[in-house]
Structure formats: C-alpha cells, structure tokens
Design a protein around this ligand. Structure first.
Ligand SMILES: NC(=O)c1ccc[n+]([C@@H]2O[C@H](COP(=O)([O-])OP(=O)(O)OC[C@H]3O[C@@H](n4cnc5c(N)ncnc54)[C@H](O)[C@@H]3O)[C@@H](O)[C@H]2O)c1
Length: 390
C-alpha cells in the first residue's frame, strides 16, 4: 500500500503559488507516494503539467485530488472541496482559522485531520518546516524591489559625468524575517538603509546587514516567544515622534510590523505621510492585516499628495516560483515526519521504499501544528474559530 497525495490548483484570487513543485514531487514519488496533481496546478507558477514528470498522475478530476489520503495546499480549500475529502484524511495548508471559520466547520463535518502551516512551532527542529519564515523572506525581498521599482529615483550612489546622485534613503519598520530580508535587499541595491523595531535585540541583526538601527527612547516591547507585544498609547506616541522625524527625508518606507494574533499595528498616521518627501513611496507589507499605515488599502496604490502608498496583500505570490519551491520543501519536511517505512517486498525489489502514514501525536511539531484531528478541534485556533471567538 502506498499513500496517495492530492495537490489542488489554488483558486484564491491573486494566488500564483502551488504546494508541490517538480523537485518535491520527485522526492515524494521516491517515497512511494501516489501523487494526484490537478491539471494546471503549477500553471500560475509557470510550471507546465509535463514538468512534474512521469511518476505523478495529472488529473482533471477533483475527486482524485480531494479523495487522496493527504491533500497538500497553499490556501485552505473551499468548504465544498473539503467536503470531498475522506474521513480521517489529512490536509496540510495555511488555514488562518480565525479568518476562515466555515473551513474549520467543513473539516469537522468531513472528519478531516488538518495541520495548519502557520501553527508550526518556531523551534530550531522545525526550522525546515517553517513556512511563515520562508514566505516572509520572499515577501521581504520582493517588497524592497517594489519600492525600488516605484521610485522615480536611483537607489545607489552614482558618480557620472552628468553629476553625482546621492544614494536613496530607505526606512524599514519591523525587523523580523521579512524586514531583515527587505533591509538586505535594499542594501544590496545600494540604498542607505535605516531600520526600526520595537524589539531592541534586533539591533545587532540590523547592523550586521549594513543598516543603521533607530531607537525610540523608552520603547522596548519584547513579548512572549521572541515576538513583539502591543504598545501602550504613550509608547506609540514616542515611537511615532521618532519615526516621523526620520520619514521626512526617506525616499522609501517599507513597513513589515506585526504582532501575532492581532491586526497589523497602526504605526504611520496621515500626518506622518504629510511630512514625507514629494515622490516618495511607502510599501506596506501589513496590508492584508489592515495595514501599518492609516492610508493603506489592500491591493491598491493610494496616491496621497505626491506620496504613493502601496499595499500588496499577497507578496509571496509575486515571486511564485521560488516561494512555491520553499513552501513545497517546508510541506515535504513536515510530511516526512508523519511517514514510516512500510514492509513491501515487491517495492523493495523495484528499488522503492514504500511509506505509510504514522503520526506521532506526542511529537512537539505535530502537537503544535494540528488544528483538527479526525474533524475534532485539536487546538485553540480551531475551538475559537468554531465558537466565533477571535
Ligand atoms: N525557528 C525559529 O526559531 C524562528 C523562526 C522565525 C522567526 N523566529 C523569531 O520570531 C520573531 C519574529 O518573527 P517574524 O518575522 O515572524 O515576526 P512578525 O511577522 O510577527 O513581526 C514582524 C516584526 O514586527 C515587529 N513589530 C511589531 N510591532 C511593532 C511596532 N509597533 N513597531 C515596530 N516593529 C514592530 C516585531 O518585533 C517583528 O520583528 C523573531 O524573534 C525571530 O527571530 C524564530
């Protein structure tokens, strides 16, 4: 017996990623898995069906994909598709249960076991499965390019016969995984980079990337598990005063601030944008969570005076090939935790080692990532989604 794995074509608007790329499909096939990939699943990442190779089945039938033992996806499938899954089958995808209670209800009804990628604990052993980090790295890189592309200016210093161009000043707010990648990218493009985070222990990381760390006196907000906590009103004011001063001569501001489980902290007010230079841009990576800037509108470029405020809501999708590749590796690494070698003489003779699902419920990564088990809520995220609590 081999396990079957279904990979659907993503249907969320603007999504271009796919949960399995050819390299990972080959790896799973070597483990003896029977892959059922929906026709056109890789199209938006520019992976034609034939690139998945001969060891997978490309199918147009949703029943083949959602009828598999394990379904691997980027976004949670719609409730009508989850209804096609078998009781006890496994779904692994991002879920964001608080935003998708209907999806959790569908899992409950269908008896599905779901592992939510955003719940994977951020412990050293799970780093290779940490999709929040891999996708944040893609987003951070890309948003520095969006800023560069949108500016009517060079980023690097140029000394030419036509005169000297001074390097652009880029201010990055939030120095987590995405922010650090934005800093590194803007720095490589030759900008003068400044960065700020409420967690002052990010100072060393910021400086090691060649940027200058800004400090808001009296504001340090290290919360639980290495994340930030929400600021008090007094702290917010101190932070805004410091940032407003630094924004007046910034060419680009990139905001990546976030507090786990909360809407994006509102850091940039209209008045602060009023103080920005003509022709400057603000790229708000917090757009999907409500925005770090008061003026941000998701998936729109707002022109306010002569400042452009850009709010892309799914930045990893703008880097589909590599974001998919990293995500697919994260999924495969998590899935391999759940597999055990099966006794299969004929497969061994063919040089393949078959694998069965064998989930160790005591494993800290499994225990952290499980959302529902055989349909029953197995985490606070699922219980809160079902009870309507945030
Ligand atoms: N496997 C691991 O051990 C692992 C993996 C990834 C991340 N981490 C850790 O998790 C932490 C953050 O990760 P993340 O990038 O997912 O964070 P995140 O996306 O939750 O937040 C992004 C950044 O915004 C900052 N922020 C929040 N409120 C702010 C405000 N008002 N003003 C300015 N900045 C603000 C946060 O401090 C954080 O650095 C870091 O400590 C990181 O080292 C650990």
């Amino acid at each position: 017996m081999s396990i079957s794995i279904g990979v659907p074509k993503e249907t969320v608007s603007g999504e271009t990623r796919v949960a399995v790329v050819p390299k990972v499909a080959a790896k799973l096939a070597r483990l003896g898995a029977d892959l059922q990939i929906q026709q056109g699943a890789g199209e938006a990442s520019r992976i034609p069906d034939q690139d998945f190779g001969d060891n997978v089945t490309i199918t147009s039938r949703e029943a083949d994909v959602f009828g598999a033992d394990v379904v691997l996806a980027v976004n949670p499938p719609a409730p009508s598709k989850i209804a096609k899954m078998r009781s006890g089958a496994v779904l692994i995808s991002f879920v964001q249960a608080h935003n998708n209670p209907k999806v959790v209800e569908a899992m409950q009804k269908a008896g599905v076991t779901c592992f939510a990628m955003e719940l994977i604990p951020r412990i050293t052993r799970a780093q290779s499965m940490d999709a929040l980090s891999s996708q944040a790295a893609a987003a951070g890189y890309k948003c520095a390019l969006i800023a560069a592309e949108s500016l009517p200016r060079f980023l690097p210093m140029l000394t030419t016969a036509a005169g000297t161009i001074r390097p652009a000043k880029v201010l990055v707010i939030g120095a987590g995984v995405a922010g650090l990648q934005a800093i590194a990218t803007a720095n490589r493009l030759g900008a003068k980079v400044f960065a700020y985070d409420v967690r002052t222990d990010t100072k060393e990381q910021v400086e090691s990337l060649g940027a200058e760390f800004l400090i808001a006196q009296g504001v340090t907000a290290e919360g639980e598990g290495g994340y930030a906590r929400e600021l008090t009103d007094d702290e917010k004011q101190k932070q805004q005063d410091m940032l407003a001063d630094n924004m007046t001569d910034a060419d680009a501001v990139i905001t990546t601030a976030s507090v786990p489980g909360k809407p994006a902290p509102k850091i940039i007010s209209k008045a602060m944008v009023d103080g920005m230079k003509a022709g400057s841009v603000l790229v708000d990576l917090g757009a999907s969570g409500g925005g770090n800037c008061e003026l941000t509108e998701p998936d729109k470029t707002v022109t306010y005076g002569s400042v452009s405020i850009i709010g892309p809501s799914n930045v990893p999708a703008l880097l589909a090939e590599h974001a998919s590749e990293m995500y697919a590796q994260n999924l495969a690494n998590l899935l391999s935790l759940m597999l055990t070698e099966a006794e299969d003489q004929s497969a061994a003779q063919r040089g393949t080692k078959m694998h069965d699902l064998a989930i160790d419920w005591d494993d800290a990564v499994i225990d952290g990532a499980v959302l529902t088990r055989d349909g029953e809520p197995a985490s606070d995220a699922a219980r809160n989604a079902l009870s309507g609590e945030q």
